[in-house]
Ligand binder design. Structure first.
Ligand code: AMP
Ligand code: GLY
Length: 420
C-alpha cells in the first residue's frame, strides 16, 4: 500500500484525493494544504516546494500535483532530483500553461490550429495594432492569472482598455508584462483532457465548463462555475480529430523538442465549422471539470498515474467510464470573481445521498463548523442516467445547502441539453 500526498486546496484536489482513496492499493491520502472537506491536511503551502519534498520524503509517499503554480515553479524537477515519485509535468513542459506566449509559438511551429495572434510589450504599439484590424480581439496576459488574465473584447475601445489594464496599470503584475492580441473565435467551447506519459496520451472523459459568472455565459470569466461530463458537443468523430490533431501532435512535438510532457494535458477548445481551435493549454486537470470526470471514472486512477510516471501508459487499456452523466455546480460566495465575504457558516452538508457528492474548495473547518474561505466554495456533483437527471440531482442537493452569501449559476448543463 502506498500513501499519497495531494497538493492543492480546491475542488479538483478534493476530487482527485476522493478517487485515489477508493483504490485498494492506496493507504492514507494527505492534502497540502487541503480544505474544510479534506482529511489528513498538512499545513504546507503549495509554493513551499522544499517543505513539501521534506514531508513526501518522510512519509515515503507518492505526490500528485493539482494546481499549476507548483508545476510552474518546478516541483516535479525538484522531487525527481531528490528521487521522490511525483505525477505531473516538469517546469519546462508546464510552460504550455505558464506562458501563453510560449504556447502560442509552440502551436505555430508545430502546426496546431489556434487563433491568429501577435505579441506585444508596448502599449502604444498594441493599441495601434488593435485599431488596424477589423475583427474582434481577445487580450491575454502571458503568465498565470488564475483564469482571469483573458479579456474577450467586442470592439476597439474594449481592446484598448484591456491593453491599458495589462501594460499600463499592471493589473496582472508581471504576468501581464507581455500580452497576446488574438483573433476572437466565436464557436462552441469544450474541454478535452488527456493523460500522457511523455510518449503517448489517452483520453479522459469529455467535459464542458461554464467559465462566465452569470447564467447564459454573461459577465466576466471565472475559474469555472460548473461542468458536466460527457459533453455531446464533442462526439466520437470529433474526439478522434482532437486526440490526433491536438493531443497526439502536442505530445509528439514536445517529445521531439526534447521536452516530454507527462501528466494531465488539458486543451481548451473552441469548435468552429467543425474544426478544433486550441484557445489554451493547461498542464493539469481542470477545476471544476475534474469533479464530474472523477465521479464517472471506473478504472483505478492510481494505475494510470503510475503508468504516466513510468512511461508505460501504452500497456494499459483505455480508461473505463460510467455510462451515466455527471454534473458539478459550483457554489460561490457572492462577489466572486472580485471581492467576497469569508467566514460564513455553511449548513446542510451532513445530508448523504448515493447519487451526489459535495467536493469542498474554499472552505475551512473551525470548531467543528464549516466556514466559507474562498470565492468558489463547494462543487456539488451528481450522477444521473441522463444529463437531465444529473442536472436535477445536483440542483436538488444544492437546495439543502446554505450560507448567507451563497451564489450559483442556475443553468449548468443547459448548453449540453441544447446540443443533444
Ligand atoms: P483561456 O484562459 O486562454 O482559455 O481563456 C479564457 C476564456 O476566454 C476561454 O475559455 C474562452 O471562453 C475565452 N477565450 C479565450 N481565447 C479566445 C478566443 N481566441 N476567442 C474567443 N474566446 C476566447
Ligand atoms: N476550468 C478551467 C480551468 O481549470 O482552467
Amino acid at each position: 500500500m502506498t500513501d499519497v500526498l495531494v497538493i492543492g486546496s480546491g475542488g479538483r484536489e478534493h476530487a482527485l484525493g476522493w478517487k485515489l482513496s477508493q483504490s485498494k492499493k492506496i493507504g492514507k491520502v494527505y492534502f497540502a494544504p487541503g480544505n474544510g472537506g479534506t482529511t489528513n491536511n498538512v499545513k504546507i503551502a503549495v509554493e513551499d516546494i522544499d517543505g513539501l519534498a521534506k514531508f513526501a520524503s518522510e512519509k515515503n509517499c507518492l505526490t500528485v500535483v493539482g494546481p499549476e503554480v507548483p508545476l510552474s515553479l518546478g516541483i516535479v524537477d525538484t522531487f525527481t532530483q531528490k528521487g521522490l515519485r511525483i505525477f505531473g509535468p516538469t517546469k519546462a513542459a508546464a510552460q504550455l500553461e505558464s506562458s501563453k506566449v510560449w504556447a502560442k509559438h509552440f502551436m505555430k511551429r508545430n502546426g496546431i490550429l489556434t487563433a491568429q495572434f501577435e505579441i506585444f510589450d508596448d502599449a502604444k504599439e498594441a493599441k495601434e495594432y488593435a485599431k488596424s484590424i477589423d475583427y474582434p480581439l481577445v487580450v491575454k496576459a502571458d503568465g498565470l492569472a488564475a483564469g482571469k488574465g483573458v479579456i474577450v473584447c467586442s470592439n476597439t475601445l474594449e481592446a484598448t482598455n484591456a491593453i491599458d489594464e495589462m501594460l499600463i496599470k499592471n493589473s496582472f503584475s508581471t504576468a501581464g508584462s507581455k500580452i497576446i492580441l488574438e483573433e476572437r473565435i466565436d464557436g462552441v467551447e469544450a474541454s478535452y483532457i488527456a493523460l500522457s506519459d511523455g510518449n503517448t496520451a489517452i483520453p479522459m472523459a469529455t467535459s464542458q465548463d461554464h467559465k462566465r459568472i452569470y447564467d447564459d455565459d454573461k459577465g466576466p470569466n471565472t475559474g469555472g462555475m460548473g461542468a458536466y461530463s460527457p459533453t455531446p458537443v464533442i462526439n466520437d468523430s470529433l474526439a478522434e480529430i482532437i486526440q490526433k490533431d491536438v493531443i497526439d501532435k502536442t505530445v509528439d512535438s514536445m517529445k521531439k523538442e526534447g521536452n516530454k510532457f507527462k501528466g494531465f494535458l488539458y486543451a481548451g477548445i473552441m469548435l468552429k465549422n467543425g474544426k478544433p481551435y486550441v484557445l489554451e493549454f493547461n498542464a493539469r486537470m481542470g477545476d471544476p471539470e475534474c469533479q464530474p470526470i472523477m465521479m464517472r471514472m471506473d478504472s483505478d486512477l492510481y494505475d494510470y498515474i503510475n503508468a504516466s510516471i513510468d512511461g508505460t501508459l501504452s500497456k494499459l487499456p483505455l480508461i473505463s467510464w460510467k455510462k451515466q452523466s455527471a454534473v458539478c455546480v459550483v457554489l460561490a460566495s457572492k462577489g466572486y470573481p472580485e471581492s467576497y465575504p469569508k467566514n460564513e457558516e455553511i449548513s446542510g452538508l451532513d445530508f448523504q445521498d448515493k447519487n451526489s457528492f459535495v467536493f469542498h474548495a474554499g472552505t475551512k473547518r473551525e470548531n467543528n463548523k464549516i466556514l466559507t474561505n474562498g470565492g468558489r466554495v463547494l462543487g456539488v456533483t451528481a450522477l444521473g442516467d441522463t444529463l437531465n437527471s444529473a442536472i436535477f440531482n445536483a440542483y436538488s442537493r444544492i437546495e439543502k445547502i446554505s450560507w448567507q452569501n451563497k451564489y450559483f449559476r442556475k443553468d449548468i448543463g443547459k448548453k449540453g441539453l441544447l446540443a443533444l
